[in-house]
Design a protein around this ligand. Structure first.
Ligand code: NAD
Length: 330
């Protein structure tokens, strides 16, 4: 069996080598994203794994893959919106994803961001960069005195809830789906509004779909307490960036930590020192109550290893058994 993996980063290579040895399967790695320009590289391989934000709309890609005898595309990501579903179905390509590579990874980032925000790190660091080491009256709160509001208590949201609960914080959540097993660690509220009104820190963990687009808009932000912080490690478009900038600028909320931003593609995980950033990025970067991280929530050794292992396991499962537990419904 010969597999080919696209978009392979240096940090994935150890896990790939170890998987090859464990399974006695040869894996060829390519650093570029799969595209019409390089799809011919797949000829002669049995299985394919990709991981990219670049979409694959062209029919010719799927047609060529099918002509090369490829039966599947294994994504090493949770999202699979880059796939042209119609074409994948037409050319009988089974698509698999990695639904959970490490909820703990994102949850720990949220905990880190919360700690940094409540300790006023962004403001202190901004002033210290200019030689001003004063405390500026920025008294911090201790985490066990806080109410943490989770919007979307699924895999990541519930993991974050467990971490905060373990530190003594009160955790409240809004999620249309209630899970009995979480009722010892959080209190469900009947609406997003109730969570926004009561929490000191709001953490967003909803999937991005038409129903969650800009669920945090000007109205939602106006429901938050002025001393509250908001954290978005879900997907950028869940928040209306312009409304957030206004709320931060006018002191309607105390601060924000953003691991995802609308239009982050081409900026996060890129060197853009010689490019002009979009206006909203610039404004947020200049604010001393905002923490921006370049979509690193998933980026831990454990998560990277899981993405590689589960992605390759899915490939082999389809090739050997024609099915995988991580097949996605297109
Ligand atoms: P999940 O499907 O396990 O959980 C999502 C939860 O949100 C579900 O319980 C669902 O019922 C709930 N939900 C849906 N609509 C809602 C709404 N309007 N209000 C409240 N709750 C709602 O997903 P997950 O694996 O926990 O991922 C959550 C988010 O994290 C996704 O947006 C994902 O893209 C993002 N993510 C980010 C990173 C990163 O690196 N920052 C990494 C992985 C995942």
């Amino acid at each position: 069996m010969k597999l080919i993996m696209f978009s392979v980063r240096e940090d994935e290579k150890t896990a790939i080598k170890e998987w090859e040895v464990r399974h006695n399967v040869e894996v060829t790695t390519v650093s570029e994203d799969l595209s019409l320009a390089n799809v011919d590289l797949v000829e002669g391989f049995d299985g394919l794994s990709i991981q990219q934000v670049t979409e694959l709309p062209e029919e010719a890609i799927y047609k060529k893959l099918a002509a090369f005898g490829i039966k599947q595309i294994s994504l090493r990501t949770a999202g699979y919106d880059i796939i042209n579903a119609e074409m994948a179905k037409k050319y009988k390509l089974t698509i698999t994803n990695v639904p959970a590579y490490s909820p703990r990874s994102v949850a720990e980032l949220v905990l880190t961001q919360t700690m940094r925000l409540i300790r006023h790190f962004p403001t202190l660091e901004a002033h210290m960069a200019h030689g001003d080491f004063r405390w500026r009256g920025l008294v911090a709160r201790e985490i066990h005195t806080l109410t943490i509001g989770i919007i979307g208590a699924g895999k990541i949201g519930s993991t974050a809830a467990r971490l905060f609960h373990a530190l003594g914080a009160e955790v409240i959540a809004y999620d249309p789906v209630r899970r009995e097993e979480l009722e010892d660690i959080l209190t469900y509220k009947d609406s997003q509004r109730e969570v926004l009104e009561a929490a000191d820190v709001i953490s967003l963990h909803v999937p991005l779909d038409p129903s969650t687009l800009q669920i945090i808009d000007a109205e939602a932000l106006s429901q938050m307490k002025p001393e509250a912080y908001i954290i978005n490690a879900a997907r950028g478009p869940v928040v209306d960036t312009q409304a957030l900038i206004k709320a931060l600028d006018s002191g309607k909320i105390a601060g924000a930590a953003l691991d995802t931003l609308t239009n982050e593609q081409g900026i996060f995980n890129q060197d853009v020192r010689n490019q002009d950033l979009p206006e909203d990025f610039k404004l947020l970067m200049e604010m001393d109550n905002v923490l921006i991280t370049p979509h690193i929530g998933f980026y831990t050794t454990e998560a990277v290893r899981n993405m590689v292992d589960i992605g390759l396991d899915n490939t082999v499962a389809i090739l050997l058994n024609g099915t995988s537990k991580n097949e996605v419904l297109l």
